[in-house]
Design a protein around this ligand. Structure first.
Ligand code: CAA
Ligand code: NAD
Length: 289
């Protein structure tokens, strides 16, 4: 099968970026959101990002307009029925994802490949929920999708060889470098990254340091582009907590996966990071205040 039409479910932080890079690569893209307001916001974000790329002379105006023209937004799952590939980037909640996969399995044509952008959940469980485990892979893009070069391609024991190969080729076609990953918690990157972020929070909880000093340490001392607190704000504190809670449930004895209290408190207070204007730091739009 040659992938021509791509469905993206969720047009939030990750979904809008995935839809955009697919459209820029020439695919016909249908992006489905749960509510009109979220869809409009996601499409606006794509427009803004394309404008930025034009401004920076990374894309011509004609290519930006043509890319946007290949995109359609919808609230109907039925509009994804004839997609060759559906990439899901909805909230990091396994029950919600499984119920979506059940519906996708009932509605999409038999050959449709399903790819989850999950940060942490077992890809195999989503494959089983879809009723088509052979067609299921993980395509784990990184935030911001438009700029980060990596995509982890996650294969379960049941993923068909051709499905894995098609998914990998798709990743390359949207300008990413694919890395093979097993269906283990956090795959390659998040298994290292998320416990590091949690450990930074524990350091601050103990009063050993401050978010600003930890971030200065990791940027100036290690050359990381962002310290762990700016990065958590960037990813979303809610998403980071969902990842840790999911792992804690599955591996209750592993101390690395225990969600720090400071993270739980901030999420309970609605301080979700850049998207709400405050997390560990305050944000003025896209920039640290
Ligand atoms: N579309 C188009 N342009 C964009 C953009 C987007 N989405 N996002 C940023 N830009 C532009 C900016 O507007 C900026 O343009 P100007 O120079 O004209 O202002 C330019 O790109 C550079 O951006 P920044 O000013 O923000 O500067 P930066 O040099 O710090 O680069 C970065 C940004 C590439 C994000 C860099 O900070 C970085 O690599 N950070 C680390 C990100 C990271 O670790 N991501 C992984 C998160 S974990 C994950 O994704 C997995 C998970 O499951 C949770
Ligand atoms: P987000 O909250 O920004 O976006 C999720 C979107 O999905 C929301 O707009 C929501 O309205 C929509 N949605 C929920 N249920 C839906 C449904 N049934 N149909 C259509 N849309 C639906 O979250 P995000 O940060 O974009 O994360 C999405 C996924 O990507 C998660 O699995 C997350 O773990 C993963 N991920 C996140 C990051 C990150 O840095 N935030 C990085 C890589 C992977």
């Amino acid at each position: 099968m040659v992938i021509k039409k791509v469905g993206v479910v969720g047009c939030g932080l990750m979904g809008h970026g995935i839809a955009q890079v697919a459209a820029q690569a020439g695919y016909t893209v249908v992006v489905r959101e749960a509510e009109r307001g979220f869809l409009d916001k996601g499409l606006q974000r794509i427009r803004k990002s394309l404008d930025k790329l034009v401004e920076k002379e990374k894309l011509t105006r004609a290519d930006a307009d043509a890319s946007y023209g290949r995109l359609t937004g919808t609230l109907e799952l039925a509009d994804l029925a004839d997609c060759d590939l559906v990439i899901e980037a909805i909230v990091e909640d396994l029950a919600v994802k499984k119920s979506l996969y059940k519906e996708l399995g009932q509605r999409c044509k038999p050959a449709t490949i399903f790819a989850t952008n999950t940060s942490s959940f077992p890809v195999a469980e989503m494959g089983e929920a879809s009723g088509r485990p052979k067609n299921m892979v993980g395509l784990h893009f990184f935030n911001p999708v438009q700029l980060m070069k990596l995509v982890e391609v996650v294969r379960t024991p049941k993923t068909a060889e051709n499905v894995y190969a098609e998914a990998r080729a798709f990743g390359e076609s949207v300008g990413k470098v694919p890395v093979a990953a097993s269906d283990t918690p956090g795959f390659v990157v998040n298994r290292l990254l998320v416990p590091y972020m949690a450990e930074a929070m524990r350091m601050v909880e103990r009063g050993d340091s401050t978010p600003a000093d930890v971030d200065a340490g990791m940027t100036l001392g290690c050359g990381y582009p962002m310290g762990p607190f700016t990065l958590t704000d960037y990813v979303g504190l809610d998403t980071t907590l969902s990842i840790l809670e999911g792992w804690q449930k599955r591996f209750p004895k592993d101390p690395m996966f225990v969600p720090p209290q400071i993270l739980k408190d901030k999420v309970a207070a609605g301080k979700l990071g850049r998207k709400t204007g405050e997390g560990f730091f305050k944000w003025d739009g896209d920039k640290r205040a």
